[in-house]
Each structure stands twice: as C-alpha cells, then as structure tokens.
Write a protein that binds this ligand. Structure first.
Ligand code: PMP
Length: 365
C-alpha cells in the first residue's frame, strides 16, 4: 500500500484509519457470520444489529431524546432539500423561513420554493457569505412553519457557533452535513436535522435524519412512499434495501468517536485546537493569507483563505501537494484555498499544513 497523504478533501473526506481497517475486515467477513457485510440480507439478524447499534451510538453520542426518530436515508442532503419542504411545507398556509449563509443554504431555498411559500429571513450573499446572523435577533415573518439553516457552509467556511439554536420559535430545520458529530448539539431544540455522512460520519450513500415525532402530524397524504418520512419511521429505515456498507461504516465511526475519542465534548475540543492552528497562522501572516470568513463566523471544519494572486494560490497548492498535503484547492465559486479538517483529520496533519503555510509565506512573502 502507498503511504497515506494528508487529505484535506471537503467530502468525501478522510476517515479514521482504524475504521477503514475494521471495514476491510468486515468487507471480507463479518465476525461470526461467514459472509461479508455486503453479502447478507438487510433483514438478517446480523445486519439488524448493525443498524440498531448505529442508532444507539448516535443517540448516546448526541443525547438524542426519545421524542426524536433517527433515520438512515439515501439521496444525500440534496434530497433533504426537497424532502423537508415536501413533508413540512406542502399544503401549509404558513410560509417557511430560510436563513442563507452560503451556497448550500441557497440550494435548499431554491428547492423549498418549489413546494410552497418561503420567506428569506436573512441572506449573506451581498457580503460574499462571510458572516452568520444571530438567530435570536432575527425578525421572523409571522408564524413560520419552520426555520431552515445550514449550520456549516462547506464552500465558504462559515459556521454558526456553539449554542446558536433559538430556544423557542418555529421548528428548527438544519442541514448539518458538514459539521454533524463535530460537537455536542441540543437536539431537543431541533425539529429536523439532516446530514449527508461523507464528511464526519462515514462514506457517501447514507444520510442521517433526526426528526421530532410531532412533525409527523404535518405530513400531507399522497407523497411517494420513499419521500414520506413516515414510511421510514414506521419501518425503522428498513422499508427498502438500505445502503448496508455505508451504514456499517457509519456505525464503526460512532464506535471510534465513543471508544477512541471519548465523545463529542472531546471531539469538539480537538476540532477547536486544530482550527486554531490554521486561523492563528492566517492572522500571524501579516496579510499574506487572508481569511474568507469574518472571525466570529469562522468554521472549525472548512478553513478558507486567499493569497495575493491566483498564481500564488496555484503555487501554494502544487507545492503543498509535493509535501503530501492534498485537496487544498478552494471551491471554484470562492477561489483560494480550502482546508477541510473534519473529525478524522489528525492534529498531526493540521500541524504539517501549518508548518507548510509558515514556510511558504517565508519563501514567497
Ligand atoms: N449541504 C452541505 C452543507 C454540503 O456540504 C453538501 C455536500 N458537500 C450538501 C448539502 C449536498 O450533499 P449531497 O452531495 O450528499 O447531496
């Protein structure tokens, strides 16, 4: 096997090496079963154990209350952009409110508009999506059916800080794809939270949905079965064949968070330390590196910054790649550099990037 690089990909992203090792074993043969995890029925006792453990571990890690269902769905967060308004807005007289802090929130908004009336409660586009609002200070239009936010905008690198969730008001609906499991969350404040797994929780192919039981009452009849949350609640995510390998890997990631990291408080602390290494480097560079996000909105997951010219940025990326630091090119809409440092990126990898940044600035500055 070739040596592993420090992979700063925004997603699919680095997974813990110990999880990949376990997955390799279970791909060959599930202990005690005599067949691979991808070769057995999703209705077998062995696979039911996997789904149940994945749910139990998520409940433990996040303190998910009994009021909330835990679902494993397909179609990515992108399908949730449609499924959420289809289930919670279609046929409703009250508009939904959307807070748009970046590219993904804008996509969610566009899909919701196909389902019903939507008010934009806040939009950061004119400022280049560099900020996040204080949700408590927002004037929400009338009685909104729900309030949609993106807790972390993967492309711009802006994130709501810990405890941003309003304690009252309309049901909170959150796209947490790129910071799910990176810190503890007050799940009781959420009506619906969804996250594609391929950043922090596992591989692509499974989307985690946490849904308050009360919201099931709003769902209009007549939706296609696969797009109706009630189908998946009633069948405990086993209505049809689920993405078995992705769920197994997600389960292994939850074990890693519990056993090797020690829970989400510890994970959050590590993530804060890792992000500080890079933001301190940006701030100490005397303008050589310019952060995209305004400091209060800086993401702990995606660190975005610019250099003086696109040519210098290309040189940065190419020289970093030679040092085994890969996938640092920013998204085409923002440009510059993006270092995605999700849960599974070790501090050692972030330190290597910081050293490279300091050295590059010395040489090119
Ligand atoms: N929301 C956010 C915040 C994302 O980062 C992404 C993917 N990068 C998506 C939604 C879309 O996810 P998917 O590709 O799983 O549909």
């Amino acid at each position: 096997m070739t040596a592993r690089v420090w992979n700063f990909s925004p997603g699919p992203a680095t997974l813990p090496e110990s999880v990949l090792e376990r997955a390799r074993e279970r791909l060959a043969e599930l202990p005690g079963v005599g067949a691979s995890v991808v070769e057995i029925s999703h209705r077998s006792a062995a696979f039911e154990d996997v789904v149940q453990e994945a749910e139990r571990n998520l409940r433990d890690l996040l303190n998910v209350p009994e009021s909330h269902h835990v679902l494993f769905l397909q179609g990515g967060a992108s399908l949730q952009f449609s499924m959420a308004p289809m289930n919670l807005l279609r046929g409703s007289s009250a508009p939904a409110a959307y807070v748009v802090t970046g590219t993904w929130g804008a996509k969610a908004l566009a899909e919701a508009r196909k389902e019903g009336r939507v008010d934009v409660a806040w939009d950061g586009r004119d400022r280049g999506y560099t900020e996040v609002p204080d949700l408590r200070a927002l004037e929400l239009p009338g009685t909104a059916s729900y309030l949609h936010v993106s807790s972390n905008e993967t492309i711009q690198g802006v994130q709501f800080g810990e405890g941003f969730e309003p304690a009252s008001g309309p049901a909170l609906v959150c796209d947490a794809s790129s910071d799910f499991l990176s810190r503890p969350l007050p799940i009781d404040r959420y009506g619906l939270l969804y996250a594609g797994a391929q950043k922090n929780a596992g591989p692509a192919g499974v989307t985690v949905v946490l849904l308050h039981d009360d919201l099931l009452e709003r769902i209009p009849d007549g939706l296609p079965s696969m797009l109706d949350y009630r189908t998946h609640v009633e069948n405990r995510s086993l209505y049809n064949t689920p993405p078995v390998f992705a769920i197994d890997l997600l389960m292994l990631v939850t074990r890693w968070l519990r056993d090797e990291i020690g829970g989400l408080d510890k994970m959050h602390e590590r993530n804060r330390e890792k992000a500080a290494l890079l933001y301190d480097g940006i701030d100490a560079s005397e303008g050589f590196y310019r952060g995209h996000a305004s400091p209060p909105a800086r993401s702990l997951m995606n660190v975005t910054f610019r250099l003086a010219t696109p040519e210098l940025e290309s040189r940065f990326v190419a020289e970093a790649r030679d040092e085994g630091l890969v996938e640092l090119t920013g998204h085409r809409t923002v440009g510059g550099i993006r270092a995605s440092i999700y849960n599974a990126m070790p501090a050692e990898g972030v330190r290597a990037l910081r050293e490279f940044m300091d050295d590059f600035a010395d040489r090119a500055g």
